[in-house]
Design a protein around this ligand. Structure first.
Ligand code: FAD
Length: 407
């Protein structure tokens, strides 16, 4: 404690002893002293543990990520792997896209059976990242298993044959016969190298690890009020935190931050059902306009819808009816709906990630736009952003957040 601080306390205490009450000014000083332990510690210039509002002790960090969805979590890991101290903050409101995402990774997508965007570099990066994290945490959350796509019609089957030995070579395998509980007279094909990230498990295991290292905090950060920009660093006095940089990883949050608020989203709401399907033993993900994914025992998840209005997390009767109708076109056995959820995919521009430092405030950066492929995109692009933040590399021009701010 500095000597002037001791002086103030002595004056306050002697006044209190004499009169039995605290004069207003002295009361104010004491209250300030009690309320801002974190300010005292930071101003001392000594890295120290901080206790804020009964939370676990916090220390100074290299970076803070605001948001613990797939983006913030994966970036935190990529930075930690470079030896940096990263504080992850999330408000835990349970409305993020990652809370309900199916986590599917598929090499071939869309009606035209196109090879997934930059598959040859994104897929190996994702596999290496999730596998190594499974080893590090001793937890399984990344399941590699071929998925089965049923031909919707003859045109799709013909398209398959046109592409199978060309662009999709090595990624697909023809399956003329499919199990009897599926109505698919034309058969289908397996997508090799498909995978499913158990997103809730991945986030939970990561959160446990961050907590263990005093690197996780539950808080709703008001970027406009809570963050102070200081030369070469940021401070969040309310939370007792100071860092070299802060990365905004908040998913679909249009117009709600002071630096990136004018980035335009083309976000798409999606709904997903959890089903009980007694007797269905399939362990592959099935695709046929929608997908049906095993979720343990006789539980399956099924989705998802795409709508571009009413961008909220409220499940709708229309969404449910659409999923059920599509499922009935290929599933021969009865099912029961036991849960129904909705969230908004953070799509920006054409659905590619957006990342990098703010042009005017170098301490502030952005990682967003993972769209409908967060599980596949996050490891590669979190690594790219980590390179920008640490090694001063430039992001790919097409994905650079500065391009989107200029619009
Ligand atoms: C129905 C549906 C199905 C999907 N299926 C798949 C799929 O099969 N495969 C796939 O790869 N992707 C899928 N996705 C897409 C995937 O969910 C997203 O790409 C990904 O979750 C985006 O992650 P994010 O971290 O950018 O955003 P979010 O998951 O939205 O995370 C943002 C986080 O920031 C926190 N936050 C926001 N503001 C604040 C604040 N002020 N203070 C503190 N914390 C804050 C939120 O609480 C949240 O946890 C699906 C999405 C939906 C909606």
């Amino acid at each position: 404690m500095p000597s002037w601080g001791i002086g103030v306390l002595v004056v306050v205490w002697s006044s209190y002893s004499a009169s039995g009450r605290l004069p207003d000014f002295q009361f104010f000083v004491v209250r300030l002293w009690r309320q801002f332990p974190q300010r005292r510690s930071m101003n001392s210039g000594v890295p120290t543990s901080l206790h804020v509002d009964g939370c676990k002790p916090l220390e100074r960090f290299d970076f803070v990520t605001v948001g613990q969805g797939i983006a913030g979590t994966t970036l935190a890991w990529q930075l930690r792997r470079r030896g940096l101290r990263v504080l992850v903050i999330d408000r835990e409101v349970d409305d993020g896209a990652s809370q309900i995402a199916a986590g599917l990774i598929t090499p071939v997508t869309g009606k035209r059976l196109a090879k997934s965007w930059r598959w040859d570099e994104l897929h190996p990066a994702a596999v290496a990242f999730y596998r190594s994290l499974e080893d590090e945490t001793g937890t399984a959350f990344f399941h590699e298993r071929p998925s089965l796509r049923l031909f919707a019609d003859e045109a799709e089957r013909d398209e398959y044959h046109r592409r199978a030995d060309g662009i999709n070579a090595g990624l697909v395998r023809h399956m003329p016969d499919v199990p009897a509980h599926f109505n698919a007279p034309l058969g289908g094909f397996e997508m090799l190298h498909a995978a499913r990230l158990d997103v809730p498990r991945y986030l939970e295991v990561s959160r446990e690890q961050f907590r263990k290292h005093d690197s996780y905090l539950v808080a709703d950060v008001d970027l406009a009020k809570d963050v102070e920009l200081v030369t070469d660093c940021v401070r969040l006095p309310r939370l007792g935190v100071e860092a070299r940089g802060l990365v905004v990883c908040r998913g679909f949050t249009p117009g709600s931050d002071p630096w990136f608020g004018n980035i335009r989203f083309n976000a798409a709401k999606g709904e997903i059902l959890t089903l009980r399907i007694p007797g269905l033993t399939e362990d592959r993900v099935i695709h046929r306009g929608i997908w049906l994914a095993p979720a343990g025992g006789d539980l399956f998840r099924c989705g998802s819808t795409y709508t571009w209005d009413d961008l909220n997390c409220v499940p709708t009767a229309v969404g449910r009816a659409e999923i059920e109708a599509k499922l009935r076109t290929f599933l021969r056995v009865p099912f029961e709906v036991i849960d129904h959820r909705a969230a908004v995919r953070p799509v920006i521009d054409a659905g590619y990630p957006v990342l990098g430092r703010h042009p005017a405030f170098q301490q502030i950066a952005y990682f967003n736009g993972l769209g409908s492929k967060g599980s596949l995109l996050a490891p590669f692009f979190a690594n790219q952003l980590a390179g920008c933040l640490i090694d001063e590399r430039e992001p790919e021009p097409d994905l650079d957040v500065r391009r989107f701010l200029a619009k």
